[in-house]
Write a protein that binds this ligand. Sequence first.
Ligand SMILES: NC(=O)c1ccc[n+]([C@@H]2O[C@H](COP(=O)([O-])OP(=O)(O)OC[C@H]3O[C@@H](n4cnc5c(N)ncnc54)[C@H](OP(=O)(O)O)[C@@H]3O)[C@@H](O)[C@H]2O)c1
Length: 281
Amino acid sequence: MKVGFIGTGSMGSLLIESFIQSNALKPQQISASNRTHSKVAELARRYPGLHAAQSNRETAAESDILFICVKPLESKAVTDEIRNVITEEQIVVSITSPVQVRILEHALKAKVSKIIPSITHQVGSGASLCIHGSRITEEDRSLLEELMSHISRPIRVKESYTRITSDFSSCGPAFLAFFMDQWIQAAVQATGIDRTELGALTGEMMIGTGKLLTEGGMTPAELQARVAVPGGITAEALALLDSSLHSVFPKLIRATHNKYEEDMQKVNVSFGSKPINRQQY
Ligand SMILES: NC(=O)c1ccc[n+]([C@@H]2O[C@H](COP(=O)([O-])OP(=O)(O)OC[C@H]3O[C@@H](n4cnc5c(N)ncnc54)[C@H](OP(=O)(O)O)[C@@H]3O)[C@@H](O)[C@H]2O)c1
């Protein structure tokens, strides 16, 4: 099986490296192209056997599965470029949430899926969100999800929940890192403790918390109840967080969804598709 990647920026290169490091793919199975060729040439230097293609058409023509890893408004130029070399047998995967599956199915003859990855795949962790198009067969689903399972936990989601699930799986690491960063900063200012020491401790705590919520089977509410003894220190701090932060989360969801809607409308216009009705949140 040959797997191609168009766009080897942050996510494209992360996927390539994670697939190679997890032994899901050998470099010889991978072709990639990027607008700035030096980026893909560097990957070929690091992973002998990986084919640094000279054009997106070349990458597309030699791939059974083709990942398109460019930004939303760069997608139209890529589909225009590869349209004539893509066949009905190939699987095209977009990793870009505002590009709808129906738009890609209209633009290309291929079977289409959308898979939203996460930075957490760099360490073989986190969920990849899978949205399969109408032409994808059960065999294709298994093939794609088996591939993603080497670096992540593939989870099927409805396309209408792309944004909200991406908030948690792919934006979530940045949101939690922001929370941790602010918290550590306050701790360093208040006590003089070493930032690096606290950073390592925080990482261990996050791993343990993640395990409790997955293999431990706990819900976030149960976890809080187990730690917060009534009248204790944790309960006092949770009450403060509740009163200070509860209005932030609806605003956060509105912020991500508004930006998503804006990008989706621009993508639809770029593909010559009608603007869609604004969803209500
Ligand atoms: N970052 C994340 O955690 C994350 C998670 C899930 C999904 N995503 C999605 O992944 C997509 C890519 O994000 P990113 O962070 O990887 O962006 P990025 O670092 O800017 O990478 C985009 C790459 O696409 C290349 N490119 C643009 N137009 C091209 C074309 N016509 N032909 C070939 N290559 C082209 C760019 O080349 P140049 O080198 O010339 O700029 C760049 O290397 C976005 O839609 C994003 O929403 C990102």
